[in-house]
Design a protein around this ligand. Structure first.
Ligand code: PEP
Ligand code: MG
Length: 325
């Protein structure tokens, strides 16, 4: 009998049969991080570092950056904090990195690509991250946004190594990275699916446009298939080596939808990172299904002819959602 309430959520992500799916928070700075820790986040799955510097029109110094990063790390001593290097461009312009006159900013020089046009900024950011990490007790992982090829992943890993960072990873938010996940993951230690951009690029639908909202949902079976391909790529990359597959988390808004979080778990993602206020609902719903049931719901969603049906079919099998309202 499952009569779950949000009050019962203990902060730990697990299915009914004890399969662990750590629930992490998306944060933009120290204030968010402190609030997320208080709401039971088991760590940070996405620290959007560009949020620290949105007001700036010049590059922040290494000292200034190190202080901003350390303030987030210090909210999670002994816990995992996944920091994302500056994701400037498109919906988040930074004057010292991006060109506001680009005709198609979402397809332009954004995220990792700003290293093509403004070399040095990424190296200095990695130096600041390494320094802040060495002065804190958090388990710091570092990932690059908008990686499209294995070569980019490899170059990012080299830059991390040169800065003394041993835990490089990539966001998988461009369909090409999902489709080549095995070779991308050969270069780095982990991946985190950015379902907001992955959906935008898979559906060719600007994430900022209201009239395209029906296209622009991670419930689209095409998007779920890209998630599945990424997990399969990670498994393929690790086969023949000892140990388990490299971790593939989700840090897009999809992880904050409790029904979709169940589907993502069934697809094999290893962590779910979300806005902290969704942690309790996601944790509560996850506890009502076994891993096998989550896998069945993932198959159901993948087989749906539309995003609307995928969502309705899955939601109909999760009665706990009604109790949560
Ligand atoms: C994403 O694209 O899903 C993501 C998590 O990053 P952002 O929303 O910051 O682009
Ligand atoms: Mg993104």
């Amino acid at each position: 009998e499952t009569s779950a309430t949000l009050a019962e959520f203990d902060g730990n992500g697990t299915t009914a049969d004890g399969h662990l799916v750590p629930l992490l928070a998306n944060v933009g700075g120290a204030k968010d991080a402190v609030a997320a820790a208080a709401l039971g986040a088991q760590g940070v799955g996405l620290f959007r570092t560009e949020f620290c510097f949105l007001e700036r029109d010049t590059e922040p110094s290494v000292d200034e950056q190190a202080a901003a990063y350390k303030a987030v790390f210090d909210a999670f001593p002994g816990k995992k904090v996944v920091l994302r290097t500056l994701d400037a461009g498109a919906d988040k312009p930074l004057p010292f990195l991006t060109d506001a006159t680009e005709p198609n900013p979402a397809l332009g020089v954004r995220g990792y690509r700003t290293d093509f046009t403004t070399p040095g900024v990424l190296e200095r950011q990695l130096e600041a991250i390494a320094r802040a990490a060495s002065e804190s007790e958090a388990d710091v992982w570092v990932m690059a946004p908008m990686i499209s090829t294995a070569a980019e992943a490899g170059r990012f890993a080299s830059l991390c190594a040169a800065a003394g960072i041993q835990t490089p990873g990539v966001m998988v938010e461009v369909p090409s990275a999902a489709l080549t996940a095995a070779t991308v993951l050969r270069e780095v230690g982990f991946a985190s699916l950015g379902t907001n951009d992955l959906t935008q690029y898979a559906m060719a639908a600007d994430r900022q446009l209201g009239p395209l909202a029906e296209l622009n949902t991670p419930w689209q079976p095409a998007v779920l298939r890209l998630v599945q391909l990424t997990v399969e790529g990670a498994e393929q990359e690790s086969s023949g080596r000892e140990g388990t597959a490299k971790p593939v988390g989700v840090c897009g808004e999809a992880a904050a939808d409790p029904a979709l979080a169940v589907v993502l778990t069934g697809l094999g993602v290893t962590t779910l990172s979300m806005t902290a206020r969704s942690l309790a609902a996601v944790g509560t719903v996850l506890k009502t299904v076994t891993l096998e049931q989550a896998q069945e719901l993932a198959q159901l969603a993948l087989s749906a002819p539309s995003a609307l049906e995928a969502r309705d079919w899955v939601r109909a099998k999760l009665p706990v959602l009604e109790e949560l309202g």
